[in-house]
Design a protein around this ligand. Structure first.
Ligand SMILES: NC(=O)c1ccc[n+]([C@@H]2O[C@H](COP(=O)([O-])OP(=O)(O)OC[C@H]3O[C@@H](n4cnc5c(N)ncnc54)[C@H](OP(=O)(O)O)[C@@H]3O)[C@@H](O)[C@H]2O)c1
Length: 317
């Protein structure tokens, strides 16, 4: 039995079908009954529903499993405690392989989410559990740039001159499935997962512009505008962690490029990592025609969902 956390999330949506096709028995952890129903219908054997920040949910999720894929839901305020709790529970349970979904360059401790993942990596390595650590670059997701197409502008909350590496979310899920189903080949490994492109916001705008056949201007928005777009009028005092995380993104992504190297991912996949162009040509996850489906969307998925449903202008990060 393999436990997959955040099972209906960006990675999970690609990973769960892969694992099921490979014949794995999967236990999923999600927050909502709606997600649980969908996963059960898809063939997931067991689903644990609840807040993964609760120790009893962690205990229930890990009990009796052989392997764990722990990726923490985006910007959960208890991410560090959850990571430590998962590792400790897995150790007590005698888990045979703990795979951690981390992030590219977790040593960039000025980034809130990175510092937490650095700490969790350390805790895992020191746990004596058989482990593998996966460090994806910024996700390149399908179906996330529709707002940019609709609004005709590309907005970022940091310097549009900065260069960033992306990774196709399907490639990430493919690697996770490979690692989980061939554990012995990947024990004690730490793998950076980055695509080959290094793109500025201007490059992104050019890619979108080429697809829709018009010039797409780049607009840099300030962090307050960005936060409002993400969280609306929600009480900021209940979002302290998320606000700090977003501010750290804004500062660091303006001060430095954020780039990786595709060599490791190329080796793991046994092929070239997907590019925006190759993805758009082959995508099957597409309701708007292949060209728009897989353009890179570096950051949209890094933030909570509610703003995605709102209408009107919003940042395309
Ligand atoms: N965005 C990027 O570019 C990027 C790059 C590298 C690493 N990362 C890291 O990747 C991780 C996120 O991965 P992801 O985007 O695949 O996940 P995600 O989409 O944020 O995960 C959503 C899933 O988590 C579940 N979930 C949300 N809150 C929960 C809670 N309190 N308790 C239990 N389950 C909960 C949701 O359940 P329901 O479906 O029931 O709502 C859903 O299934 C983060 O740690 C992030 O830092 C992100």
């Amino acid at each position: 039995m393999i436990l997959v956390n955040a099972a209906n999330g960006n990675q999970g949506k690609f990973l769960i079908p892969r694992l099921l096709r490979a014949g794995a028995t999967v236990r999923a952890c999600v927050r909502s009954e709606a997600a649980a129903s969908g996963l059960s219908a898809a063939g997931v054997a067991e689903v644990v529903v609840g807040d993964i920040g609760e120790p009893d949910i962690i205990a229930r999720a890990v009990r009796g499993v052989d392997k764990v894929y722990h990726v923490c839901p985006t910007m959960h305020p208890l991410e560090r405690e959850i990571g430590f709790g998962m590792i400790d529970a897995a150790r007590a349970e005698g888990v045979k392989h703990f795979v951690l979904g981390s992030v590219l360059h977790p040593h960039l401790t000025a980034l809130v989410q990175h510092e937490i993942k650095r700490d969790i990596e350390e805790h895992l390595i020191a746990s004596d559990l058989p482990f593998t650590i996966l460090q994806p670059a910024i996700y390149m997701l399908p179906l996330k740039l529709k707002p940019a197409f609709e609004q005709g502008r590309y907005t970022v909350a940091w310097s549009p001159e900065r260069i960033q590496s992306l990774v196709d979310i399907g490639d990430v899920a493919e690697v996770v499935a490979i690692v989980l189903t061939h554990s012995d080949d990947h024990l004690a490994a730490t793998y950076e997962l980055s695509g080959a492109e290094r793109l500025t916001a201007h490059d992104m705008a050019r890619i979108i512009g080429a697809v829709i056949g018009q010039t797409i201007p780049v607009e840099e928005i300030d962090v307050e505008t960005f936060l409002h777009a993400l969280f609306g009028d929600r009480d900021r005092s209940s979002l302290d962690h998320q606000v700090r995380a977003v501010r750290s993104l804004n500062t660091c992504y303006s001060a430095h490029d954020f780039v990786g190297n595709a060599n490791v991912l190329r080796w793991l996949l046994g092929r070239e990592p997907r590019t925006p162009a190759s993805r758009s040509a082959t995508s099957s996850v597409n309701d708007k025609g292949p060209r728009t489906a897989m353009l890179p969307s570096p950051m949209l998925d890094a933030f909570p969902r509610p703003w995605q449903a709102r209408r009107g202008r919003r940042p395309c990060t």
